[in-house]
Write a protein that binds this ligand. Structure first.
Ligand code: FES
Ligand code: FES
Length: 243
């Protein structure tokens, strides 16, 4: 077969000729030598495997079966129960965490596949016992009822504000479209985002419900099983009340 100067096939050279030529070349290259097999990912399990997860800035070493979901590892192995599991199929957003700053459903990720990534849960949003702006705004706007969707909502709001610090109401709706609230607190959640963003559209005064919520959550609150993390969260809210 002859080619013109610029290596363009001459008229009459068909696509079939091109494929045939490529196949012949590939077979010839394999004669007399081994064709390197395609790289296969190392198989894991079914027995537990050691993994290392970076969560809220801390490294955790675990041994988990490869089938274990990130949501389960967080809740059942590490006690980070702020992350909730509701639908367990990626439909409600209750289990939302940040993976390298991006919101993701932890019920859809295997713990083994997020090694080497930076994972942030709702517990990691407060720093030095100080609630983050969006957490404070949720309290002030009374943006929860039963609270089961709240952790996922807050984490999604954080991701939204990190990527768009001044979102419009429409952008807030879109940003939270993956988070379902059975109690219907959406208007208060949207307001909380606007408060955290410092938008004029936010209502200035704390809602009455928000004040009640803070009052109710004092360290002497209602016979909770002792847990240092709960105490820390309650003290934070008391400080917020004094502010
Ligand atoms: S529990 Fe993960 S999306 Fe519903
Ligand atoms: S506050 Fe109850 S599900 Fe959202």
């Amino acid at each position: 077969m002859s080619h013109s100067k610029n290596d363009e096939p001459e008229p009459g050279f068909t696509r079939r000729d091109l494929v045939r030529g490529a196949l012949v070349g590939a077979v010839a290259a394999g004669v007399g030598g081994k064709i390197a097999p395609a790289a296969q990912p190392a198989a894991l399990g079914p027995d537990p495997v050691p993994i290392e997860l970076t969560i809220n800035g801390q490294t955790h070493r675990l041994s988990v079966e490869p089938r274990v979901l990130l949501a389960s590892a967080l809740r059942d192995r590490l006690g980070l129960t702020g992350t909730k599991v509701v639908c367990d199929r990626g439909a409600c957003g209750a289990c939302t965490v940040l993976i390298d700053g991006q919101a993701a459903c932890s019920c859809l990720l295997l713990a083994t596949e997020v090694q080497g990534r930076s994972i942030t849960t709702v517990e990691g949003l407060a720093a030095n016992r100080e609630l983050s702006a969006i957490q404070k705004a949720f309290v002030e706007a009374d943006a929860l009822q039963c609270g089961f969707c709240t952790s996922g909502m807050i984490v999604s709001c954080k991701a939204l504000l990190d990527s768009n610090p001044k979102p419009s109401r429409e952008q807030i709706r879109e940003g939270l479209a993956g988070n379902l609230c059975r109690c219907g607190t959406y208007p208060h959640v949207f307001e909380a985002v606007e408060r955290a963003a410092g938008l004029k559209t936010a209502t200035a005064a704390p809602r009455e419900g928000g004040e009640l919520f803070v009052h109710r959550l004092t360290p002497s609150a209602a016979g909770l099983v002792h847990d240092d993390r709960i105490d820390a969260a309650l003290i934070d809210l008391s400080e917020l009340e004094e502010a």
